[in-house]
Structures are given as structure tokens and as C-alpha cells.
Design a protein around this ligand. Structure first.
Ligand code: CA
Length: 230
């Protein structure tokens, strides 16, 4: 996998030693890592690097982890971003509060790094299956992120790298409607300027590629909204 295809984890932790241990272990697991020591920095980095997952400390100076979590889960662009909260508070009431703010998982400090890594992988398998190398299937279409191969009804299909990333985005959430802007962020990345019409061009190529061995076009155009698979 090229670096850009490795899932990116954002660490938000104000204690430098803990931040380093986390970064070291995540990198050893093959993730790209971005880190922030404050909530404001975290919100900025979320926009800048578009992480696949956030490991968020509860106790942060000025803006708390809970507040960051609440803000991320309120914004439409970041609502689907998986968050694991870290907290030194083991009380059941805090566990409930952590989940009520929309955190997807919750780990109590001091945690075992092995357990946290397992939680990160499990959450990514659930939310970004292709990012952790899991095969995706949808109505006879099979996408294997490890070998970069796509099959339809067991016949191999030829796809360009952009079409492959588009298809993998669609197959992670069949039925979900993606706007052109969301597809640009996800497939091309936020720091690259690409016209939204480019999306239409590559959708056209993807459709052609998916039908090269016959079969119906599985990509749906949703007028005024974008595209969806199925
Ligand atoms: Ca802290």
C-alpha cells in the first residue's frame, strides 16, 4: 500500500509521553499518524488531514475531549468519523456520558496498548473495512484491497487507481449517497485542487469498467445530491 492509502489516525492527547507511545505503536501497526495536544489543534487537523479515526483524550486543557467529540459528531462532514475516547475515569456514569456524546468506543486509562490497538483495528473494520484490508462484496462485485483486484460475477475487471478508490468508497457503505465534494475529499484528498466535474468523469469510467463483462450499471446518480452504489 502506498502511504496515502494507509489509514490515518489522529491522536489528541496533551501529555507528550502518552502521545509518543501512541504514535509509536500506531505507526508500528502501519497507520499514518497525526497528533494534536489541544482541542483546537485537533479540530484544525481533522479538516487538514481528514483522518480515518480519532483517539481522543477526555482531559485536555481548555476545550475538553467531550466537547471536541460533541462538535465532531454534530458537524455533517465529521459525523461519521469514528472516535475512541480515552479517560482516567472508570466510573460507569462517565462511560455512559462518553458514549452519549457519540464516541464509538471508550478506553479507560491506564490502558494496555495491545488492547487499544485491537480496538482501533476493530473500529476501522466496522467503519472503513477496505482501509484495513478487508474484502468487500456487493451484489456479485468483489473488491480485494490487499491485491487491488476487482471481480464481478467471478470475472476480473480492469480499473484505474482512481476508479478503484471510488469503488472502494462506495462499497464500504452501499446505498449511501456521496456528494461530489465528499468523494473529492475521500478519493482525491483535501489538499489537492480538483474540479468537481472530474468526479463525474471518473464516475463515468467506473461505470464503464464495472460493465465491461456485462451486467447492469450499479452506480446510481442521485439528482442534486451525488452518487450511490445500489
Ligand atoms: Ca490528558
Amino acid at each position: 500500500m502506498s502511504p496515502a492509502e494507509q489509514p490515518c489516525v489522529l491522536i489528541v492527547e496533551d501529555e507528550p509521553a502518552q502521545r509518543e507511545v501512541l504514535a509509536y505503536n500506531l505507526e508500528a501497526e502501519g497507520f499514518r499518524v497525526a497528533s494534536a495536544s489541544t482541542g483546537d489543534e485537533a479540530l484544525m487537523l481533522v479538516d487538514e488531514v481528514a483522518p480515518d479515526l480519532v483517539v481522543l483524550d477526555w482531559m485536555l486543557p481548555s476545550v475538553s475531549g467531550i466537547e471536541i467529540c460533541r462538535q465532531l459528531k454534530t458537524r455533517a462532514e465529521t459525523r461519521g468519523l469514528p472516535i475512541i475516547m480515552l479517560s482516567a475515569r472508570a466510573e460507569e456514569v462517565d462511560r455512559v456520558r462518553g458514549l452519549e456524546t457519540g464516541a464509538d468506543d471508550y478506553v479507560v486509562k491506564p490502558y494496555s496498548v495491545v488492547e487499544l490497538m485491537a480496538r482501533v483495528r476493530a473500529l476501522l473494520r466496522r467503519t472503513r473495512p477496505a482501509a484495513v484490508g478487508q474484502r468487500l462484496e456487493f451484489e456479485g462485485i468483489v473488491l480485494d484491497p490487499e491485491t487491488h483486484k476487482v471481480f464481478r460475477d467471478d470475472k476480473p475487471l480492469k480499473l484505474g487507481p482512481t476508479e478503484f478508490r471510488l469503488l472502494s468508497t462506495f462499497m464500504e457503505k452501499p446505498g449511501r449517497v456521496w456528494s461530489r465534494e465528499q468523494l473529492l475529499d475521500r478519493v482525491w484528498g483535501r489538499d489537492i485542487y480538483v474540479d468537481t466535474r472530474t468526479v463525474d468523469v471518473h464516475i463515468g469510467r467506473l461505470r464503464k469498467a464495472l460493465c465491461q463483462q456485462g451486467g447492469e450499471d450499479p452506480v446510481r446518480t442521485v439528482r442534486g445530491a451525488g452518487y450511490a452504489l445500489g
